[in-house]
Ligand binder design. Structure first.
Ligand SMILES: O=C(O)[C@@H](CO)OP(=O)(O)O
Length: 245
């Protein structure tokens, strides 16, 4: 039986402000830092001890992993990082206020951009202040892999090679893997693991800072999964669903 732990970063400054974030590299808020530490305590209390950590290239996931692991006495763990675990690129919506966007474009368009499986927001211009076109951390990515917008389907496609080539081999070697990532890159992974349909995935939201633990069978299919604080997770999931309202 393999163990996989998914941890969405704690609240970021832009989560707190209600802005679409995507690949913009914002930091954790003070509340988000505390959420990350609490995530580490929940892991330690449950006796779930990761052997290796995977994060995106974005600070909010990196900081969350560091704070959680330090709290669990595991700051020394080996870490791997990949753009493939990044948040969904939110295109031209990056930096925009969610509530204002909903008011301007209406509920249906807002939800289509935010939660539909295959409708990406309009692409971001390279000279937009929130573009990553010149960000050195993606300099080695060939142009066709560098997104200017993404829908969740695009995230599934760029995340799955990482699942198969980096995470599964760690699990196969008997290691417990902690993936510290983002609302939408984790929705993509949960969709794959739980076999959620393209329609039903619209209703799935991931709370910040609460570890989601999967026991996986020999074929890396879930046998069971649960949040380490189910009650807090329920309330936090509702808060994510209500963003922009
Ligand atoms: O803004 C974002 O990048 C994401 C996660 O914070 O938002 P949403 O939940 O609306 O997809």
């Amino acid at each position: 039986m393999a163990t996989l732990v998914l941890l969405r970063h704690g609240e970021s400054d832009w989560n707190a402000k209600g802005l679409f974030t995507g690949w913009v590299d914002v930091s954790l808020s003070a509340k988000g830092e505390e959420e990350a530490r609490r995530g580490g305590r929940l892991l330690a209390e449950a006796g779930v001890i990761p052997d290796v950590v995977c994060t995106s290239l974005l600070n909010r996931a990196i900081q969350t992993a560091q704070l959680a692991l330090a709290e669990a006495g595991l700051a020394w763990l080996p870490v791997k990082r990949s753009w493939r675990l990044n948040e969904r690129h939110y295109g031209a919506l990056q930096g925009k206020d969610k509530a204002q966007t909903r008011e301007e474009f209406g509920d249906d368009q807002f939800m289509l951009w935010r939660r539909s499986y295959d409708t990406p927001p309009p692409p971001i211009a390279d000279d937009d202040e929130y573009s990553q076109a010149a960000d050195p951390r993606y300099a080695l990515l060939p142009g066709e892999l560098k997104p200017r917008t993404e829908c969740l389907k695009d995230v599934v496609e760029r995340m799955l090679p990482y699942w198969y080539d980096e995470i599964v081999p760690e699990l196969a070697a008997g290691r417990t893997v902690l993936v510290a990532a983002h609302g939408n890159s984790l929705r993509a992974l949960v969709k794959h693991l739980d076999g959620i349909s393209d329609e039903d995935i619209a209703g799935l939201n991931i709370p910040t800072g609460i570890p989601l633990v999967y026991d996986l069978d020999a074929d890396y299919k879930p046998v069971r999964s649960s949040y380490l604080d189910p009650e807090a997770a329920k309330a936090a999931i509702q808060a994510v669903a209500n963003q922009g309202r």
